[in-house]
Design a protein around this ligand. Structure first.
Ligand code: ADE
Length: 328
């Protein structure tokens, strides 16, 4: 196998105290000693005893789910208010691992507990944000995204996380910025097997990401990982972890998909419903083939961090552009 060594060192001079993230990964070996015990954790940071609870956070640096909740006390406020007219960006992931680096770098003002999810309200790279861990799968994704858009004044949504590479072009740890998303598992189980009927949905079958956000995400990803490792294209979502050569081939043939995952299309549907521009950034943790579970275990932490670094780079650009506009 062709040897590839990514050495990534981001050290952004930050007025806002944003990004310092470092990782070095070889894709030559699929062996890793790291465990991913929190990969599919759905534990809430605190007990939920009512539909909404708001907790302020004393220390705003390096927050992690459990710690933030333990150090918190109730304030009663829950809207992500616009500060100085700045827009609030919703940043969402499916799993703790995918949100970890962002939470560590964010300054969290308070945490709202709504249903069984925590909504971290604060700033990341100088940009007002609400950070949210949805849980795995399309139902969790739709539920959390709907609450986010219903309760908060969020102007744009950025999804960050990992995915299985579907296209032959993409390798583990490459990035796919979605241009459009669809549900690959929406259909009929007939006597002839599964028949995809997504195209017959009342609403559109394919949900388009915001072009400006796609461009911004692509440029940020290229800055972080280099052009050879960044792709755009169709991302397909289903409520299954794909670990099958035959199914990958089907996703290529039927949808010309670049990557597969379990939440993006649901996020896209809800954002489209609310008229909120969105983009989905996915870092390849595996190739969705027969070895996908093992590859995923080995690479998911690094892949998740890569995607987070891209989001932080993107926010930093948004912040810098905002500051420039203000200065003019
Ligand atoms: N997320 C990461 N890898 C995946 C895969 N192979 N299938 C579905 N979702 C994924």
């Amino acid at each position: 196998m062709k040897k590839r060594l990514f050495a990534i060192m981001l050290c952004v001079a930050l007025t806002s105290g944003c990004v310092y993230a470092e990782s070095a990964v070889s894709t030559e070996s699929t062996e890793s000693t790291e465990s991913n015990s929190d990969a599919d954790s759905t534990e809430s940071a605190v007990d939920i005893d009512s539909t909404v609870r708001t907790e302020s956070v004393e220390s705003t640096e390096g927050i992690e789910g459990d710690e933030s909740a333990e150090n918190a006390e109730s304030t009663g406020s829950m809207q992500a208010e616009k500060e100085d007219g700045r827009e609030t960006i919703g940043i969402i992931s499916a799993m703790d691992t995918e949100l970890k680096l962002l939470l560590e770098n964010a300054q969290i003002d308070h945490v709202d507990h709504i249903g069984n999810r925590d909504y971290y309200v604060g700033e990341l790279c100088g940009v007002p944000v609400v950070l949210l861990r949805l849980g795995i799968g399309k139902v969790n994704a739709a539920s959390g995204t709907a609450t986010l858009l219903d309760r908060y004044d969020v102007s744009e949504v950025v999804f960050t996380g990992v995915a299985g590479a579907v296209s032959d072009e993409t390798e583990v740890l490459d990035i796919v910025v979605a241009t459009d998303l669809l549900q690959h598992d929406y259909g009929v189980i007939s006597n002839d097997g599964f028949v995809w009927t997504g195209a017959q949905l009342e609403t559109d079958a394919v949900y388009l990401c915001d072009e400006e956000l796609v461009e911004m995400a692509w440029e940020s990803a290229v800055e972080v990982l280099g052009e050879d490792h960044v792709f755009t294209g169709t991302v397909v979502s289903g409520d299954q972890f794909v670990s099958s050569e035959a199914y990958v081939k089907k996703l290529q043939d039927d949808f010309d998909a670049m990557a597969c995952e379990m939440e993006g299309a649901a996020v896209a549907i809800v954002c489209s419903e609310y008229g909120v521009p969105f983009v989905v950034i996915r870092s390849m943790s595996d190739k969705a083939d027969g070895k996908a579970v093992k590859t995923y275990e080995n690479f998911m932490d690094t892949a998740a961090d890569h995607s987070s670094n891209i989001v932080m780079n993107m926010l930093q650009h948004m912040h810098d552009e905002g500051a420039e506009t203000e200065g003019n």
